[in-house]
Design a protein around this ligand. Structure first.
Ligand code: NI
Length: 137
């Protein structure tokens, strides 16, 4: 079994808030990420896949195909977007790093499986100090 990680980056805006709370209550709970006028992050995403090395070509998988799935299903949908308002797979979700990592997993897992590899983890950095990692359950 070999593991391969692809890094992607995107910049996006969001706001953390619970609709049932007032602006002040949301700011108390979420801090500056609850700013009603939005704010942005430079996200870094690491997607790790795993499987067996192909004996003929020496690869786990053609990385161009992995990259295309990440681009089409994740980066193009998120980069320079307002995640709360514009990203279909995050509709009606609280745009936390946790929920975004799970959303990204769900976006890419079926396509990666079709390539004959298994998704191992989705690691998402919102800031240098805040990183979430999801393993599918
Ligand atoms: Ni934030």
């Amino acid at each position: 079994m070999i593991y391969l990680t692809r890094r992607e980056r995107f910049s996006a805006a969001h706001r953390l808030f619970q609709p049932g709370l007032s602006d002040i209550e949301n700011l108390e709970f979420y801090g500056s990420c609850a700013n009603p006028n939005w704010h942005g992050h430079n996200y870094v995403l690491w997607v790790t896949v795993k499987g067996e090395i192909n004996r003929e070509n020496g690869y786990l998988v053609d990385l161009k195909k992995v990259s295309k799935i990440l681009k089409d299903r994740v980066v193009d949908k998120l980069d320079h977007k307002n995640i709360n308002l514009e990203v279909d797979f995050m509709k009606d979700m609280i745009v936390s790093t946790e929920n975004l990592a799970v959303g990204i997993w769900n976006q890419i897992e079926p396509g990666l499986r079709k390539l004959g590899i298994e998704l191992h983890s989705v690691k998402l950095q919102e800031t240098e100090n805040n990183i979430v990692e999801y393993f599918g359950k």
